[in-house]
Design a protein around this ligand. Sequence first.
Ligand SMILES: Nc1ncnc2c1ncn2[C@@H]1O[C@H](COP(=O)(O)OP(=O)(O)O)[C@@H](O)[C@H]1O
Ligand SMILES: [Mg+2]
Length: 243
Amino acid sequence: MQTTTIQATPFAVSMDQVGKDYGKVAALDGVSWGFRRGSFTAIMGQSGSGKSTFLHCASGLDRPTRGTVRLGDIDLAGLKEAELTRLRRERIGFVFQGYNLVPSMDVRRNITLPLFLGGRKADEGWLEEVVHRVGMADRLHHRPSELSGGQQQRVAVARALVTRPEIIFADEPTAALDPRSAGHVLRLLREAVDQTGQTIVLVTHDPAAAAWADSVVFLGAGRIVDELVAPTAEAVLHRWDTL
Ligand SMILES: Nc1ncnc2c1ncn2[C@@H]1O[C@H](COP(=O)(O)OP(=O)(O)O)[C@@H](O)[C@H]1O
Ligand SMILES: [Mg+2]
């Protein structure tokens, strides 16, 4: 008996020879990389090395000048703007350094906003789980201004988790947090990988944050210059110094 298995790509997102120009500046210069499903990758590099541009191109927030970005098997270049927006809303989560919460909405409404925008109803069981995981169950009716920075960032993580995205991109989400709050946020991202098999791509300056990842990819002048697997904070620092 013959069975045919169609093997889905092992990558949540893959990039092939991706370049992005801003005028004469090549912010990305021929980047090829695949993010395996259920992996946690940290992206590091000097300021101006192209980390944010990398994240924006990989996540479909921005279109590259050259090369191909695929979400699973889907080539993002083939999508119209509205299709890309829908795909991002349904399958990709974001956590930004500045939280990006809506000041007039309470915690519950902020968390469920992506569902509301996508015309979807909250799965109450999952919502409860997410709220519990980020430790905000007793703060659901607080406004962002009534929360600490660490709490606001945990709300932003919950908002990214609530749609159960395949992949979550985070651009320096712990840069404004004290070490304890930062640890809490990083543990949430780690759990999203270990407990729900999601894929995380984290841009960070902090070797201690990078040490939560499975591997660290180093960018320099818009190119991938190195990778460090199973990083420790010490090894990251050392590699950083010898780049
Ligand atoms: N919108 C933009 N317009 C012009 N240049 C930009 C823009 N965004 C980024 N750049 C340039 O591209 C390079 C990479 O920037 P960026 O991706 O923000 O780096 P990083 O996040 O590592 O600090 C830098 O030289 C930056 O000045
Ligand atoms: Mg940046």
